[in-house]
Write a protein that binds this ligand. Structure first.
Ligand code: SF4
Length: 278
């Protein structure tokens, strides 16, 4: 295996593999062997466009994210107006709340014992003199209580995905700099041009308690990173990543597209159902 690089997306994808909800063979090729990549979804492309308009973040190849298009390939005037309005709102919110942006699209890589962790910060800077990490979202799930990636104010405190990203980035910056960064999500609706929320992720309202709990959580998180790295290596060496083929998953998978997966399916398998006689 090439150097194991643990990123937020690897952690989330690995969770899904461990729960049997995602294909282990696809995970291995994308995150460990790095032979394949998924094409960006329309939602990701909208998010990229938003980040470019709000923070000037370009695509990985240095190009500018293109205007949002309709399914027929024409620029969608309605989508463009919406994303521009939300990007403007994001800039105004940053200014109004006193965020000073020091850098955007900041890639950070740190070596640990036998692996690396990688974080890409949308923006880092300061607020009221304190260091901050800013993560922007352009989401169709603002105020959605039920989807796993939803952004409902009452549910975020229990949302493992949003917490894990915040914890990982805070941990990473603390590890690099010795400072405790505050973490903010700026979430903008992709379904209308007005709804948006700002969430500060913290362990406690009490600054001392926040510091203390952050220290404890970082220690736990670091132990879990070592454990995940060890388990992934073991699974890799023992060829333990199992295929979980589904028609939809395979049809969208680059390993099916280039014919490199012997497990790919294009029609459903037969699921046996043992009936309970009433
Ligand atoms: S084609 Fe299907 S089974 Fe093969 S790696 Fe992709 S998702 Fe998994």
């Amino acid at each position: 295996m090439k150097t194991l690089r643990i990123s937020k997306s690897l952690l989330l994808a690995y969770d899904a593999v461990m729960m049997g909800e995602a294909c282990g063979v696809q995970f291995k090729s994308m995150y460990l062997d790095k032979t394949h990549r998924l094409d960006p979804t329309p939602a990701m492309m909208k998010g990229n466009r938003f980040e470019f308009l709000a923070l000037g973040i370009k695509n990985r190849d240095g190009s500018e994210p293109e205007p949002i298009k309709t399914s027929s390939g024409n620029v969608s005037k309605a989508e463009e107006e919406k994303v521009k309005a939300q990007a403007e709102r994001c800039k105004q919110a940053l200014e109004k709340h006193g965020f000073e942006i020091m850098g955007t699209d900041q890639k950070k890589v740190n070596d640990f014992d036998g692996f690396q962790i990688v974080s890409v910060l949308d923006a880092e800077g300061t607020k009221d003199g304190e260091p901050v990490i800013i993560d922007t979202k352009y989401s169709g799930l603002l105020y959605n209580k039920w989807e796993v990636m939803g952004w409902h104010p009452e549910k975020i405190a229990n949302n493992i995905f949003h917490q894990k990203q915040a914890l990982m980035y805070m941990f990473h910056m603390a590890h690099r700099t010795g400072k405790l960064y505050d973490f903010y999500y700026l979430v903008h609706s992709a379904t209308n041009d007005v709804e948006s929320e700002i969430f500060k992720m913290q362990f406690s309202d009490d600054p001392d308690m926040h510091q203390k709990m952050a220290k404890e959580q970082f220690q736990i998180f670091e132990r879990s990173l070592h454990s995940i790295a060890k388990t992934i290596r073991l699974q890799y060496d023992m060829d333990g990543f199992k295929a979980v083929p589904t028609v939809k998953g395979c049809m969208e998978c680059p390993l099916m597209a280039d014919g490199s997966c012997k497990h790919a399916i294009s029609v459903p398998e037969i699921t046996k159902v043992n009936m309970v006689i009433l």
